[in-house]
Design a protein around this ligand. Structure first.
Ligand SMILES: C[S@@+](CC[C@H](N)C(=O)[O-])C[C@H]1O[C@@H](n2cnc3c(N)ncnc32)[C@H](O)[C@@H]1O
Length: 389
């Protein structure tokens, strides 16, 4: 198995290098309007922005900055296939202009744009960042009626192009079953508040001259990709930055394409695979290890696991997990200036069909020796799903 990862260095307002309906997920974090580090980038796109900021007209600047992003959201909608997802990581901004402190609600403005473009908004995730400075405050300090709440979260907006994706081809249905998440991952990852992800250390990007990279954590991208795509799908990041989405897609066995306006980031994006491939492989492999730990803990607490992974042989909770396998990236090769090709270990083979035991074969993925229940098992806490999705 191989995946391809391509980067195009240009303005994402024009994604005409991609055909309509050609990607399954848009995962990105744009430059955040009204956060000072992105003022220049926006001012280069629209010459009205810098004077508006100088004159203290924050709302006018905010509007024009978002108009620049709207063009990219429209392109994202065009290139997504029906049923494909958009996951947009964005923080709101707080800023004082002409002595007037205000919140600029980027997440609300982007959601409004997605609605107008025709996306279907879905429940979103609040990424509560772990902070090293819990006592920092804004405004009047200890005096009430003038101090402000600290912003320590970002939003992960989730929207879909139209209704649920249809999986009709046999091969695609199989890839979907093989891309299943573990039950325990599903329970944690689909929570609407993520507390466990630290922000990425904001390295100074010497090549681009930028003070901070603005990168999101690898784990955030890896999870969102595993949650919203199946193996072999294509992920687009129109604001690729340092290439986190590209590396996470490679780790998950998905193809990716990125767009980035700053050519200086090429060296960062196409860094030596020795700098990122071992970590990507380790993250994928750790899912198996974490599952084994989960199984041991569940057994120790006297709970049963009724099903079996066909390829790994360990127990799993649901039948939906019985065919899953996790791609393990093994090598990355730069095939052209802006193209990586990543290869993977062979998947573990499913067990060869054995002679059926007397009384007929056990149903696939079910541990032998257990009889099928006539009634559904009692519902376990937070364990329901809607098959229509
Ligand atoms: C918030 S950063 C993305 C960081 C990325 N998620 C990562 O993990 O490194 C936004 C990126 O978008 C790029 N950018 C800004 N405007 C752009 C545009 N119009 N087209 C393409 N890229 C753009 C910036 O140069 C920056 O690298």
């Amino acid at each position: 198995m191989r995946t391809r990862h391509r980067v195009v260095f240009q303005d994402a307002a024009d994604l005409s290098f991609l055909e309509a309906a050609s990607v399954e997920l848009v995962l990105t974090s744009p430059p955040y309007p009204m956060i000072a580090m992105w003022d220049q980038a926006f001012s280069r796109r629209d010459r009205r922005i810098a004077p508006a900021l100088r004159e203290g007209d924050g709302w006018q600047a905010f509007g024009w900055m978002h108009e620049a992003l709207d063009r990219v959201w429209r392109e994202a909608h065009r290139v997504l296939r029906p049923g494909g997802f958009a996951c947009i990581v964005v923080g709101d901004a707080v800023r004082s202009l002409r002595g007037r402190f205000a919140l600029y609600p980027n997440h609300a403005r982007i959601l409004q744009a997605l609605l107008e473009i025709g996306f279907t908004p879905l429940p979103s995730i609040l990424w509560r960042k772990q902070t090293n400075a819990p006592t920092k405050f804004m405004g009047s300090g200890m005096y009430p009626a003038g101090a402000y709440v600290t912003l320590e979260h970002e939003h992960i907006l989730i929207a879909r192009k139209g209704g649920p994706r249809s999986f009709t081809a046999i091969e695609e249905k199989r890839r979907r079953r093989e891309s299943a998440l573990f039950w325990e991952e599903r329970n944690g990852w689909y929570s609407d508040v993520w507390f466990d992800l630290k922000g990425t250390r904001q390295e100074r990007l010497s090549a681009s001259g930028r003070d901070r990279s603005g990168a999101f954590p690898f784990e955030l991208a890896y999870r969102l990709i595993c949650m919203h795509t199946i193996r072999g799908d294509t992920v687009l990041d129109p604001f690729l930055g340092t290439g986190t989405t590209l590396r996470a897609a490679a780790a998950a066995g998905r193809h990716s394409v990125g767009c980035e306006i700053e050519k200086d980031l090429r060296a960062e994006i196409f860094a030596d695979p020795a700098r990122w491939l071992p970590a990507a492989r380790h993250r994928a492999a750790s899912r198996l290890e974490e599952h084994r730990v989960f199984v041991a803990a569940r057994r120790a607490s006297g709970k049963t696991l009724l099903h079996e992974s066909r390829r790994y042989g360990f127990p799993v909770i649901t039948r939906q997990e019985s065919e899953l396998w996790i791609p393990l990236p093994a090598a990355a090769r730069r095939e052209a200036e802006d193209l990586w090709v990543v290869s993977y270990d062979e998947p573990p083979a499913p067990p060869a069909a054995a002679d059926p035991p007397a009384g007929g074969p056990a149903p696939p993925g079910r541990l032998p020796g257990r009889r099928r229940r006539r009634h559904p098992p009692p519902r376990q806490a937070s364990f329901t799903w809607d098959e229509s999705g």
